[in-house]
Design a protein around this ligand. Structure first.
Ligand SMILES: [Zn+2]
Length: 296
């Protein structure tokens, strides 16, 4: 994608002219991570902005778009039609988004053993696309769909194919992509959109396999992440303001255990008071430089 290429180009330019303050902060970060045996990574929306996926929140931490609420989605067939119509259009773009220099650097650091498992709050699958293993998708994945009536899972790509068959003339054109793969559409476009039923039971209660706002992360997933936190020697937080409790709880847990917490993100983060190392810098700049230090 053009956006990813632009981002890769700009990060290369940054690393040439990196300010001295950032160099010394990078040394501190590399020191903390280099002396830990098992570094757990927690990533948020800031990880994927260089891939062309916008953040829900700006650098000031304020929310810029209103996400879909779980209870509205479950209660209202109109809301589900609106969601799937917009998601159908958004998927055209979302399916072509590629991993960026930051994702690549994490995969490289993991390969040499400098980083361990990755808990991500992102639903875009870009860590796995870059070759990173042991990824826990805390908020699920847009690549899968689940039926709320019968529980059957299915692939988003197959839902997309069935949606196209049912809506052969649905082509509202290019719109702005949102962080959840959603897109803005006119009311008329939404009204004529046909949502495919569940392939197993015929219900219209299909939902992307992602944790919506107002919904809880499944317990077994939280337990798995707590175990990872308890086994780690350090926690590295990348691209998250930690405003959402589902990710913040692992930072609190790490701090309670007394292990170092390193945070690299643009703007303020809720974990700042417990951070051992704190960098307010671009991930496309910091992560490749970190890989050069620790994975050379
Ligand atoms: Zn079903």
């Amino acid at each position: 994608m053009a956006a990813a290429q632009e981002a890769a180009g700009s990060s290369a330019a940054y690393s040439v002219a990196m300010p001295l303050a950032v160099e010394s902060e990078l040394d501190a970060l590399a020191g903390v991570l280099g002396s830990a045996r098992d570094v757990l990574v927690l990533t948020g929306a800031g990880m994927s902005t260089d891939s062309g996926i916008p953040d829900y929140r700006g650098p000031d931490g304020e929310r810029r778009v209103t996400p879909v609420q779980y209870h509205e989605f479950v209660r209202s067939a109109d809301m589900r039609r609106r969601y799937w119509a917009r998601a159908f259009v958004g998927w055209r773009r979302f399916a072509t988004v590629e991993a960026n220099a930051g994702h690549d650097a994490i995969a490289r650091l993991q390969t040499v053993g400098a980083l361990g498992a990755v808990i991500t709050q992102n639903v875009d699958g870009l860590h796995q696309a870059a070759g990173t293993r042991d990824v826990v998708e805390l908020h699920g994945t847009l690549a899968m769909v689940v039926c709320l009536a019968c529980g059957a899972p299915s692939r988003r790509a197959s839902l997309d194919a069935r949606t196209r068959e049912l809506n052969p003339h649905f082509a509202p054109g290019d719109r702005e992509l949102r962080p959840d793969g959603d897109i803005e559409l006119a009311e008329g476009d939404v009204a004529r959109f046909v949502v495919p039923p569940c392939p197993s039971c015929g219900s219209d209660l299909l939902k992307p396999d992602v944790v919506f706002f107002g919904e809880s992360v499944p317990k077994p997933r939280v337990t798995a992440c707590c175990r990872l936190t308890d086994a780690a020697d350090a926690l590295l937080v990348l691209g998250s303001s930690l405003r959402v409790y589902s990710g913040y709880r692992f930072v609190r847990r790490a701090a309670e255990r007394g292990i170092p917490v390193a945070i690299v993100t643009r703007g303020p983060s809720r974990g700042d008071p417990v951070a051992t190392v704190r960098l307010d810098a671009a991930l496309g700049q910091v992560l490749p430089a970190l890989a050069d230090r620790l994975a050379a």
